[in-house]
Design a protein around this ligand. Structure first.
Ligand code: ZN
Length: 105
């Protein structure tokens, strides 16, 4: 996965194109992610009890990682990060433009 939790990403296709948000959750098995404030779906729920009255709830739905670009925290460019290996052997993602290391190693 080239996108990790807590990354800031920009949506590059669909209704939310051009919006940015923080990655809340990653599903590596189907390469989907949930981004804060992106791809809201409306869902009607039936009332289950007096405590849960049902109605319309909106929540973020997962989108495929191919629809986003990681935004570099330093230069703000959306880019496909390149992989790099640090001197101590850790693998990191690096901005293709300014070489900033993106996210946690
Ligand atoms: Zn950068």
């Amino acid at each position: 996965m080239r996108v990790a939790k807590d990354d800031t990403v920009m949506v590059i296709s669909g209704d939310d194109r051009g919006k940015t948000g923080k990655v809340l959750k990653v599903f590596p098995e189907n390469k989907r992610i949930i981004i804060e404030g992106i791809n809201f779906i409306k869902r009607h729920t039936k009332p289950k009890s007096r405590m849960q009255p049902g109605g319309l709830i909106e929540k973020e739905a997962p989108i495929h990682v191919s629809n986003v670009m990681v935004v570099c925290p330093r230069c703000g460019e959306g880019s496909r990060p390149k992989r790099a290996r640090l001197a101590d052997g850790r693998r990191v993602r690096q901005c293709g433009k300014c070489n900033e290391i993106i996210g946690k190693a």
